[in-house]
Write a protein that binds this ligand. Structure first.
Ligand code: FAD
Length: 433
């Protein structure tokens, strides 16, 4: 059991209440607002959208994936590159652009594709994800008004060939040493666990079952947090775009909007994929680049054969999460710039992947098709903590795991802002790593 960081304000201990401006009302910004307000600070959240979760925290895969944190940058990547570069239906696609940011990210990503680096990242992320799970469960227990289709569903990761299943068992053995509870199942046992997979049985070599995983609706989570935070006095400045970060003569950073500076003692950047551009004026380079993904949401009918357990189709990198009476299908990672314009062929790929695994679901009308930009770092590790400016803090780069890691990242940031480091994780997620 992870120990929760001490983010509360204890009477009798010297405490200074600070005015904190959080840029970004996605899941990371809102979770940060929750722990900072709880610690006694005066918090304002600013976002360019009219509502919270206006970007990547809206239609994501809905998996709280505490034990599946291994980064995309892994030792097997180089052999997959030819497929990624050429096939239109590949789960990962690279579209080269005349953009230094994109090429630099790709080179740093390839440099991270070693077993040693991937294992170190997995180890670091597990420490954050286990803390996040403890805090998410604590949050749900203490805030009963939060209603966001949270289910302790468990997760089954499906493998379609024997080689991939063997690799998955090796990863399971490695992760067992780090505290993950996972079980390898044969194809029949997968169908026994999730009967909606009956028609998929011939495709399966086996699966890994992780009972301790959860699913939930990230957008609803954000909306619930907003309601709760407003009731506690947190201010929201919506439809407000921070267009500049300027450094003053004393070396403090100010957030500027339409020629006016917003008042704050400290600024927390939680602007997702927007962070790289926002941080350029004060000269902070962050290796965050968007990996564009897609999701489809289906409204389920009572008789539709659809999963109750959360499913990941490993080779196709597609996830299936039940959110109440809806099924969210998400996947695809396109290294393709900042455009949110959906590509019809990619949406068709996602639908045909669904048809292969849950044919009855794929025949339903699509209730929502969505694209989002994962704020990804090459190594897969978020960047949390201070910058070289005394009053500027980062909580960015959560890639494919922002919902999963939101509570832990926000609580650690809050602890570090108070000058404490009870978990000795400050260096692990610092900007230079
Ligand atoms: C297809 C897909 C599936 C995913 N599935 C999962 C999953 O199953 N589980 C999981 O844990 N994670 C998943 N993720 C990842 C997760 O959604 C992200 O990591 C997370 O949403 C990032 O949250 P964020 O708050 O950092 O960014 P965002 O949600 O993008 O929020 C950033 C906010 O900052 C605001 N902003 C940016 N710049 C400015 C500015 N200059 N001024 C004012 N406001 C600004 C934006 O408007 C935005 O609202 C998935 C992502 C995708 C794309």
């Amino acid at each position: 059991m992870q120990r929760a960081p001490d983010t509360s304000h204890r009477p009798g201990v010297e405490f200074s209440r600070m005015r904190i401006l959080i840029v970004g009302a996605g899941v990371i910004g809102l979770a940060s607002a929750y722990y900072l307000e709880k610690a006694g600070h005066d918090v304002t959240v600013v976002d360019r959208h009219p509502g919270v979760a206006g970007e990547t925290s809206s239609g994501n895969g809905g998996q709280l994936s505490y034990s599946y944190v291994a980064p995309l940058a892994g030792p097997g990547v180089v052999s997959k590159l030819p497929r990624w570069l050429t096939r239109r239906d590949s789960p990962v696609r690279f579209r080269p652009r005349l953009n230094i940011e994109q090429w630099r990210w790709c080179f740093e990503f390839l440099a991270a594709c070693t077993r040693e680096r991937s294992e170190l990242t997995t180890r670091n992320l597990l420490s954050l994800s286990f803390l996040s799970r403890t805090l998410m469960h604590e949050l749900i227990a203490t805030e009963p008004s939060l209603n966001f289709d949270f289910t302790q569903s468990g997760k089954l990761v499906l493998h379609r060939d024997a080689g991939a299943m063997q690799d998955a068992i090796k990863l399971l053995e490695f992760q067992r040493t780090l505290g993950c509870e996972q079980h390898a199942l044969g194809a029949d046992a997968c169908v026994e666990l999730e009967p909606a997979l009956a028609t998929t049985r011939p495709l399966l070599a086996g699966g890994i079952h992780t009972p301790g995983e959860d699913t939930a609706d990230c957008q609803r989570f954000c909306e619930c947090l907003e309601t709760m935070l407003r009731a506690r006095g947190v201010r929201f400045l919506m439809n407000t775009s921070i267009d500049d970060l300027k450094v003053d003569a004393c070396g403090n950073v100010g957030a500027w909007c339409n020629g006016a500076q917003l008042d704050a003692d400290h600024i927390v950047i939680a602007s997702g994929a927007g962070a790289t551009r926002l941080l350029k004026p004060p000269g902070i380079r962050v290796p965050v680049y968007p990996l564009k993904g897609y999701s489809l949401t289906f409204d389920l009918q009572p008789e539709t054969a659809s999963p109750h357990i959360s499913i990941t189709d490993f080779s196709r990198k597609v996830v299936y999460a039940r959110l109440g009476e809806r099924l969210r299908v998400a996947g695809i990672a396109d290294i393709d710039g900042y455009s949110l314009e959906p590509d019809a062929t990619r949406l068709a790929t996602l639908r045909s992947e669904t048809a292969a695994v849950f044919p009855e679901v794929a025949r339903l009308p699509i209730a929502q098709a969505w694209t989002g930009l994962r704020p990804a770092t090459p190594r897969g590790t978020p960047i949390i903590g201070p910058t070289r400016y005394r009053n500027l803090w980062l909580n960015i780069g959560h890639g494919a795991l922002g919902f999963t890691l939101a509570t832990g990242s926000a609580a650690l940031l809050t602890e570090w802002l108070a000058g404490r480091d009870g978990h000795n994780l400050r260096d692990t997620f610092a900007l230079s790593h």
